[in-house]
Write a protein that binds this ligand. Sequence first.
Ligand code: EPZ
Length: 420
Amino acid sequence: MDYLQINRVDSLNGNIKISGAKNASLPLIAMTILAKNNVKIKNLPHVADINTLLKLLHNLGAKFNRSQEITTVDTSSLNQTKATYDIVKTMRASILVLGPILARFGHCEVSLPGGCAIGQRPVDLHLKALEQMGAKIGIESGYIHASAANGLTGCDINFDKITVTGTANIIMAAALANGNTTITNAAREPEVVQLCEVLNNSGVQIDGIASDVLTIHGTNGKLLNIKEFSVIPDRIEAGTYLCAGAITRSQITLTNVDAKHLGAVLAKLEEMGSSFTITKDTITIHPSKIIKAVKIVTQEYPAFPTDMQAQFLALATQAEGTSIIEERLFENRFMHVSELQRMGANISLNGHVATINGGTKLGGTDVMATDLRASSALVLAGLIADGTTDVHRIYHLDRGYDSLEIKLQNVGANVKRLKE
Ligand code: EPZ
């Protein structure tokens, strides 16, 4: 297994090019199941989760061709409708094939994704909405069995909780449904917005895009001719590198980034002392020497994203004063805390609230990644810790960060990928 070895440097300097968004790419790849044409996708990030979903589609009979910049997906030969446990267990977002396969073929079996390190991750809201659309849903031996022999029927869906992949699944199911589907309490993340925009450009009229009330006008089973598109920049990757600039007090510039997707993150970094120069597709961070303590509550978009919680917690260890971070979306998303404490961070946990007494000197040591964003928090801590920090189990990191160590090396960080 690989690990990252990090030694602190005085500061970073230069540009980091942001890759396409993992969490936009996953539903957009699942969406190709709705197409009758070869779908051309630009700017797919080179990360493990994308490879996993492409492999799943391949196992179902689809074909794909990947180059550095463009990926073509052909699902015309897709002839299997069972997403098996061996793949789904490695990436729970595989649940995103449920809606499209059911809509296109009238039946589908998907292994229950099960929980992951950060929480139970139930899919009850996905299933309840599909049942409302007329699907027969059963759970047997760890698999979801779904059928809708006469196709799905558009209806009014109200999500009890905002669910990002739940919203995406139902948008895709509704795209081929008979009649119109209205989703209230829909997720408004930019990744969901792009899925709506691509579908809307491909013949599926969707009203209310970017709002929490979406109306999808189904095509009554007609497959789509999906137009070529480029995946939006990854706002969480971008936020992570902004935190790298802030924690190392370095002025770095992100390119291929959309600041409009980072409102809450930029606001919190400003509160902590940074300022920014922003253009259409770049962000330059001007960090402050003194990092101010902050209060953060994670909520759905456009509020502060849970996927940036771990990174800000690492940053808060260097702030002057006491920061409070409350995690409201997932039940177990503080596993980076114990590793940061081993580096000397002064953090106490009380249920879903972390209290971080800043101004602590961190010391490098062996630390273990536990989930995707926790891993990036440990890398950030390693950039400013005294001595050497070895971050183990970075397969977690490789799920969602494209060439992280190379991007950091390009701005002067002392980061090496080594073999255990
Ligand atoms: C998406 O996960 C993202 N993953 C997550 O990013 C992100 O943390 C999360 O949204 C919240 O923003 C992808 O887009 C692939 P949810 P998702 O359904 O859709 C509960 C990363 O680091 N819920 O919005 O699975 C759930 O337990 C990953 O890139 C139900 O109760 O999250 C959670 O408390 C981690 N029943 C809340 O809703 C359901 O049927 C939000 O979950 C579905 C969700």
